[in-house]
Design a protein around this ligand. Structure first.
Ligand SMILES: Nc1ncnc2c1ncn2[C@@H]1O[C@H](COP(=O)(O)OP(=O)(O)OP(=O)(O)O)[C@@H](O)[C@H]1O
Ligand SMILES: [Mg+2]
Length: 369
């Protein structure tokens, strides 16, 4: 079995006056693993349930494996789905729940069926509980039954709506690995909704970011992290500092930005953001914590800012400094301090902050975007 290609064309969904999903185009390749992230209410579940066929788009079309499935009933689409609310059959045991897709599709019987169900029970570590009913299970156990039921028939397309949300960290990581392994074995195309951005970044070929019903950006984890299209994506994927400033000069290589009475240089945006920032425009400079270097105050130069260390946060090997910016006193920046640095600045000490010019990004000021 191999995965199928999927194409969404101008798909949208409204509930009365609510835009659950705004006009969305999306192309997903065979066997691709795509995650969807976004705040609560951004339209992730709505998008998934339209692809699965449990909701009908208000407009637009959905193609799976070259077939227009927009109006096709869910059970006629060859899709394995894990629902956000599990949706187990309450009158069936764990084992019967997992068997159900195989029986319904007449994909196996007798010993063959039993073996496939046993394999899934192993995978989700529920063999011992196979004769219980859903109401006799914990949330995390129910969720694992839902995962097993979605995967047991080797579907070419798998949609998962926060499938591991109820699990503890250890079990979650084990299941991430199993899902990935199974997906690769089947070659299935997967759309995976998660609140956990680290999960999205580690598991996926591409990550899509949704916000207020709109698909803001889709790209490889690396691309989203390094080249976010807008401040929302920059902020949602990874950690970022926004430093407010005013454009005070630009050429084809650099934009110079005045921050307080200091200067910061940012590489002139390319591609989709290649419009010119005019002198006097209010902007935000986006700097990831690892793109800010801390040095003794006396080492500051024309292109550094300065601040006072307020806190050092130790997290195993890495350290993060919280630095109150002299140029913008209401702002506290997070800067990563490499573990190799020999003498750490003390709390309360003044430091120079310099930036990796090529890694900085520039966005419109807050409220103007
Ligand atoms: N049946 C419905 N009737 C009216 N509004 C709905 C319905 N289903 C969803 N919505 C609204 O559509 C928007 C998108 O909801 P959706 O469930 O897709 O969000 P989500 O991104 O999955 O959020 P979460 O992360 O909380 O699961 C929300 O504003 C929600 O209130
Ligand atoms: Mg949801």
């Amino acid at each position: 079995m191999i995965g199928q290609q999927m194409t969404l064309r101008r798909v949208q969904k409204t509930y009365g006056a609510v835009w659950a999903v705004r006009e969305t185009d999306l192309e997903i390749g065979k066997g691709e693993f795509v995650s969807i992230v976004g705040p609560s209410g951004s339209g992730k579940t709505t998008l998934l349930t339209m692809i699965a066929g449990f909701e009908t788009p208000t407009a637009g079309s959905i193609m799976v494996g070259g077939q227009d499935v927009t109006m096709l009933a869910p059970n006629r689409r060859n899709i394995g789905m894990v629902f956000q609310k599990y949706a187990l059959f309450p009158h069936m045991t764990v084992r019967q729940n997992i068997e159900f897709p195989l029986r319904m599709r007449r994909l196996a019987k007798g010993r063959g069926l039993a073996e496939r169900v046993d394999a899934m029970l192993d995978l989700v570590q529920l063999g011992a509980l196979q004769h219980r009913y859903p109401h006799q299970l914990s949330g995390g156990q129910q969720q694992r039954v839902a995962v097993a039921r979605a995967l047991v028939f080797d579907p070419p397309v798998i949609l998962m709506d926060e499938p591991l949300g109820a699990l503890d960290k250890k079990l979650r990581e084990a299941m991430q690995f199993e899902i990935k392994r199974l997906q690769e074995r089947i070659g299935a195309t997967v759309i995976y909704v998660t609140h956990d951005q680290e999960e999205a970044l580690t598991m996926s070929d591409r990550v899509a970011v949704m916000h207020k019903g709109r698909l803001e950006q889709i790209g490889t984890p690396n691309n989203l992290y390094a080249n976010p299209d807008n401040a929302f994506v920059a902020d949602f994927v990874g950690s970022v500092n926004f430093i407010p400033g005013t454009v005070c000069g630009t050429d084809h290589l650099h934009v110079a930005i005045k921050v307080g009475n200091a200067l910061v240089q940012v590489r002139t945006p390319q591609g989709r953001q290649a419009y010119r920032y005019e002198e006097g425009a209010a902007v935000r400079v986006a700097a990831r914590p690892e793109h800010i270097a801390i040095a003794p105050y006396r080492d500051r130069d024309a292109l550094s800012l300065s601040g006072t260390i307020e806190t050092m946060v130790f997290a195993g090997a890495s350290r993060t400094a919280l630095v109150r910016l002299h140029e913008v006193p209401e702002l506290v920046l997070r800067a990563d301090v490499p573990s190799s640095i020999s003498s750490l600045p003390d709390r309360g000490s003044n430091v120079a902050l310099s930036f990796s010019v090529d890694a900085l990004r520039i966005f419109d000021a807050e409220g103007t975007a």
